[in-house]
Ligand binder design. Sequence first.
Ligand code: AKG
Ligand code: FE2
Length: 303
Amino acid sequence: MGQIQSISRDTSAEAAMEILERDGAVIYERALDDAAMDRVQADLDPYLGRSYYGEGEFWGYKTKRISSLVAKSPAFGELVATCPVTLNVMDQLLGPYCERYQLHVTQAVNIGPGESEQFLHRDDGLLPFVHPGPQALCNTMWALTDFTEETGATRVIPGSHVWDDKRIPTDDDEIVQATMPRGSVLIYLGSVWHGGGANRSADTWRAGMICGYSLGWLRQEENQYLAVPPHIAKDLPEDVQHLIGYKLHGAFLGWVEGQDPHVVLEDRFSDVMPAAPEGGEATEETKFLKTATIGKPEFITLG
Ligand SMILES: O=C(O)CCC(=O)C(=O)O
Ligand SMILES: [Fe+2]
């Protein structure tokens, strides 16, 4: 069986993009070290311990999933979601088509012994774009344990990101498994056909974390504002807050009370904000949008 191409963490984003454009997926081997993975695991373990099995062919029957990872794990936000290795690739893949890309989805996917294969799918199937079409989202899968063929490493059909919508996988298509050591990350385009593997081991779990990104003007798959509400988001690093979406996109998208949504995380606006202070006088804070105009955005052709 073939493999997804693996590159070391100091390989350039340009080189990763070439592989992504050809295969639809690439692995950065050991992008984060064991110490980083230990920190994330320590944050998530209490939640995973209380999580329950999924139900259905997509969610699996012997698979445990938890989401809202930025809220559950400060280390996930600091080390995983904002990891420069993956963000450098997102800068190139999504950056040209939006002012800022955003966190799209977070989910730990722990496949237990005896789980069967998840059916193959495209993660961008939830968006109304035809294939082949724009790369509006890109997910990553981080290995919290070694990903092996036996424990259910993610299955991918290399090259399937360019298939049109009529083509669906058949037995003739080569499926490869993204085997990778702990701390590695599989970057896979939203349009590439893939799915979780079967766990044929007797007693070894396959622990992975999905961390996805999308164009900043799209609806996020996981509602990040509810998953990471302001009282939790206010204590996170600013780059994580921005990635969640507590930041204007352009001059007009995502405002609250006419202002950059980041203000809800700042002490001066800890509660519901008045449109203007008592007496109706505009202040520095309240007149933000008065100077902005909707206008026409710069039109782009999605790649
Ligand atoms: O668990 C995996 O390896 C893949 C999971 C997946 O693709 C999904 O849930 O969308
Ligand atoms: Fe998926």
